[in-house]
Design a protein around this ligand. Structure first.
Ligand code: G3P
Length: 228
């Protein structure tokens, strides 16, 4: 299992045009700048096509947004774990709400990530699924209630009991598991609340990607993280 330094802020670029191609590169550089200035851990999850150029340009952890539990061979259109590793990524998101897979495939994908040396970050939609995934021993999970994704209404403020309940449940099953939360995170206070609830960081998208000034938002997140 890969050891993850925490707290960590991971920015999911999704398929936003503000985080595609050259804009993805600029955003990744801003994330790196904040990480170095504030001495906090910041990771990015760009689109696959942008992965390699970002890995080359920054020294922060870079995650794929998805990979398939396949072996090298005849799987046209799939994402091979070995190619993510060779591109220089540190890890991969698995089972994001916008890219769901079956539990059996989550299991195999975690295993493949471990085989090739990638950190596995599995997204979950509720406490029960989080508990099921915890027993599969990924490196990290991120609890993200789908109804709050992209709303600007923070899970750590709107549904604190889901976050703290998940942390407690998951820790009983697998105490080594790093738990993050995500959905609607937009302010430093949202990040601070997430950490107070027992998480080790956040997975965030629109609050950073679509911000007028992503650097300022990330600074606010970094300050909140340092204070926690
Ligand atoms: O993966 C992060 C995510 O789904 C949360 O999205 O836009 O609510 O920060 P957002």
């Amino acid at each position: 299992m890969t050891k993850t330094n925490t707290p960590i802020i991971i920015v999911n670029f999704k398929t936003y045009s503000e985080a595609t191609g050259s804009k993805a590169l600029q955003l990744a550089k801003n994330c790196e700048k904040i990480s170095l200035e504030a001495e906090i851990r910041v990771g990015v999850a760009p689109q696959l096509v942008d992965l390699k150029q970002i890995v080359k340009a920054v020294s922060i952890p870079v995650f794929a947004q998805h990979m398939d539990p396949i072996k090298p061979g005849s799987s046209t259109g799939h994402v091979l774990p070995e190619s993510i590793k060779e591109a220089g990524a540190s890890g991969t998101l698995i089972n994001h709400s916008e890219r769901r897979i079956k539990l059996a495939d989550i299991d195999t994908t975690i295993t493949r990530a471990r085989e090739v040396g990638l950190t596995s970050l599995v997204c979950t939609n509720n406490s029960a699924v989080s508990a099921a995934v915890a027993s599969l021993k990924p490196d990290m999970i991120a609890i993200e209630p789908p109804e709050l994704i992209g709303t600007g209404i923070s899970v750590s403020k709107a549904k604190p009991e889901i976050v703290s309940g998940t942390v407690e449940l998951v820790n009983r099953i697998n105490p080594d598991l790093v738990v993050l939360c995500g959905a609607g995170i937009t302010t430093g206070e949202d990040v601070a609340a997430a950490l107070r609830l027992g998480t080790k960081g956040v997975l965030v998208a629109s609050g950073v990607v679509k911000a007028q000034n992503s650097y300022n938002v990330l600074s606010e997140f970094a300050e909140a993280t340092a204070r926690a």
